[in-house]
Design a protein around this ligand. Structure first.
Ligand SMILES: Cc1ncc(COP(=O)(O)O)c(C=O)c1O
Length: 502
C-alpha cells in the first residue's frame, strides 16, 4: 500500500497533515472511497438500488416534476434564508399541508434529508429526565441524534423482540421515580421496515406493551418509515397508515430519497412537536430552508402516489417478490440446498400467508459461503450487495437482493436461476465432487484474477479477504475499507481491490 505523506515534505503543511491523517486510514485499510455501480451503466441488472417503485428509473417522476416546475415558472429556486428568518414561503407550507393530509397527520415538516431529520428530532425533542428505548437495529442517524439528546437514559431492546422491549420498559420504570410517577417520559424509537432483513416491526404489539407498562400515558412512539415509504400501505403512505395507527405516533419520518426518488424527508407531527422543532432543532434554525426545487420534487412524488399513479408499480413489486418466492421454492435444488443450510430465504418462509411483502429479500447461506454467492451473482451480471459486519453483527452476513418495479419477470427468474445454479454447485462440492478443496466456479475466477493482478488481499464491502490454502479467509473483521484502487476487470466496482503484492 502506498502512503502519501512521506513523499510530501515540500508540500504545504495543510495538505501534508491531511494526507498524514489519511495515511493512518490507509495503513488500517480503512480509507473510504466512492465508486459507480455497474447497473448504472447497464453493465449489470439492478437488484440493489433504492429506486424501489422505479419513479426515477422510469422517467415518471421527471415528467411530473417538469410539469410541476412549469406550473411555477417564476418561483425563485432557492429559499435564500433560514426557515426562522426569511426562508419560509407559501409553496413550502402548501406542500407540507398536502402531505400532512395525505398521511392523516396534523402537520408535516420538510427537512433536508432523513439523516438530518433524525439528528434534529432526537437532539431537539427529548427532555432532561426522559428515557429513549430503541430497537437495537435502528439507523445510524438515530444513534447520532440520540447522542446529542437531552434524554437521561438510552436503552436498546432486542430487535423486534417484545419480551425484551417489556423488560427494558419495566427496568426503567423500576429505577426512575420521575418516569414511574408520570412526570418524565419514555420515548420509543423504531423503524417500520428494517433494511437488512426487510422484516416489519409489530407495531400493534409494541403500542400495547408500552401502554400496559406505562398506563399513566407518559410513553410516546417515534417511527422511521424509510423502507416502507412508497412501498407499504395505501398509495405507499407507510405502515402506520396501513394499520390505521396515525394517532398513535408522536413522530413519523418519511425520508424521500429512496422509493420517492427525490431528496429530503417529511416529518409528521402535531403543532407542539412542530413548534419545538422550530425552537430547539439547531439544524433547522441555522440552515437554509428546503429550496423550491427539492420541495417540488417531493410534491411530484406525492402527486403520483395520491392520484393512484403509483398503484401499478407498487403492485408490481408485490408481484415480483411473490414470483421470486414461487420460482426459488419450486426449483429442484431448493429442498436439498435448504436442508443442507446452503440456501435460506426468510422472505419465502410461509410466503403464501403473507399479507404483503417488502422489496428486501436477503439470501442466507453458510457464513463461509457468503462471498462465493456474491461473486457468483456479480459474475453473472447481477448487482446485489453482500452485507457483512459491521453493518450486520458477526455471523449474520447475507447477500441482499432488492426487488424493484423496473425489474422484469425474466430478470427475477434469471437471478433465481443463478442462485440455484450456485446452490447446486455447492451441494455437489459438499458431496465431495471435485475433491477436498473444490471451489465454486465464480470463486475460482476471482482467485485467478487476484493471482493475475498479484493481489494478496481483496476488500469486499466491509471486510478484507485473503486466499490461503485455496480457501477464502476473512482476515480483517474491523469493518474497514480501502481504496488502494486496482480496478477489477470482471467484477463490478463493488469489489475494491487491495493492491498489496502477493
Ligand atoms: C432507516 C433510515 N433512516 C434514515 C436514513 C437516512 O435518510 P437519507 O438518505 O434521506 O439521509 C436512512 C438511509 O439509509 C435509513 O435507512
Amino acid at each position: 500500500m502506498t502512503l502519501k505523506a512521506p513523499s510530501m515534505q515540500d508540500a504545504p503543511a495543510f495538505y501534508r497533515n491531511l494526507e498524514d491523517a489519511l495515511d493512518s486510514r490507509r495503513k488500517d485499510h480503512a480509507l473510504y472511497s466512492i465508486h459507480r455501480d455497474t447497473w448504472k451503466d447497464n453493465a449489470s441488472v439492478d437488484f440493489c438500488s433504492n429506486d424501489l417503485i422505479s419513479l426515477g428509473n422510469s422517467g415518471m417522476l421527471r415528467k411530473e416534476y417538469m410539469e410541476e416546475l412549469a406550473r411555477y415558472p417564476d418561483h425563485p429556486l432557492g429559499a435564500v434564508g433560514s426557515r426562522m428568518l426569511d426562508g419560509n414561503y407559501g409553496y413550502l407550507e402548501q406542500v407540507e399541508q398536502e402531505i400532512a393530509e395525505f398521511h392523516g397527520s396534523e402537520h408535516a415538516l420538510i427537512l433536508g434529508s432523513g439523516f438530518e431529520a433524525n439528528l434534529a428530532i432526537y437532539s431537539a425533542i427529548p427532555r432532561p429526565g426522559d428515557a429513549i428505548v430503541y430497537d437495537e437495529l435502528v439507523h445510524a442517524s438515530i444513534h447520532d441524534g440520540m447522542k446529542k439528546s437531552l434524554a437521561t437514559t438510552r436503552v436498546p431492546f432486542r430487535h423486534n423482540d417484545m419480551d425484551s422491549f417489556r423488560l427494558q420498559l419495566q427496568a426503567i420504570k423500576d429505577s426512575q421515580p420521575m418516569i414511574r410517577q408520570g412526570q418524565r417520559c419514555v420515548l420509543v424509537s423504531v423503524e417500520s421496515v428494517y433494511s437488512m432483513d426487510g422484516d416489519v416491526c409489530p407495531l400493534k404489539e409494541l403500542l400495547a406493551t408500552g401502554r400496559e407498562v406505562f398506563p399513566l400515558g407518559n410513553i410516546e412512539f417515534f417511527i422511521d418509515e424509510s423502507h416502507a415509504t412508497g412501498v407499504v400501505g395505501p398509495q405507499g403512505a407507510g405502515l402506520v397508515n396501513k394499520l390505521g395507527l396515525e394517532k398513535d405516533f408522536a413522530i413519523r419520518l418519511h425520508p424521500c430519497g429512496k422509493a420517492l426518488a427525490s431528496v429530503g424527508a417529511v416529518l409528521l407531527c402535531n403543532a407542539t412537536v412542530r413548534t419545538a422543532m422550530f425552537n430547539f432543532a439547531r439544524s433547522i434554525i441555522y440552515t437554509t430552508a428546503p429550496p423550491f426545487t427539492g420541495v417540488a420534487a417531493i410534491r411530484s412524488a406525492y402527486n403520483l402516489m395520491r392520484t393512484g399513479r403509483t398503484k401499478e408499480v407498487q403492485d408490481r413489486v408485490q408481484h415480483l417478490v411473490k414470483l421470486f418466492c414461487t420460482t426459488i421454492t419450486s426449483d429442484p435444488i431448493w429442498g436439498k440446498a435448504n436442508e443442507m443450510g446452503i440456501l435460506r430465504v426468510p422472505v419465502s418462509e410461509g410466503w403464501k400467508d403473507k399479507e404483503f411483502f417488502t422489496h428486501l429479500v436477503p439470501i442466507w447461506t453458510k457464513q463461509q459461503y457468503n462471498y462465493y454467492l456474491a461473486f457468483h451473482l456479480s459474475l453473472n451480471g447481477f448487482c446485489a450487495f453482500p452485507i457483512t459486519y459491521p453493518v450486520v453483527p458477526k455471523g449474520k452476513a447475507r447477500v441482499r437482493i432488492t426487488i424493484h418495479a423496473h425489474n422484469t419477470e425474466e430478470q427475477v427468474k434469471q437471478i433465481v436461476a443463478a442462485i440455484c445454479a450456485w446452490a447446486t454447485e455447492m451441494v455437489e462440492i459438499e458431496a465431495g465432487k471435485g475433491g477436498e478443496n473444490a471451489l465454486p466456479k465464480a470463486a475460482q475466477q476471482v482467485y485467478a484474477w487476484m493471482a493475475q493482478e498479484a493481489i494478496a488481499e481483496l476488500q469486499v464491502g466491509e471486510e478484507k479477504l485473503k486466499v490461503e490454502d485455496d480457501k477464502l479467509k476473512v482476515v480483517d473483521f474491523e469493518g474497514k475499507r480501502n481504496d488502494s484502487g486496482t480496478a477489477l476487470n470482471d467484477l463490478p466496482e463493488l469489489y475494491m481491490a487491495q493492491s498489496t503484492a502477493a
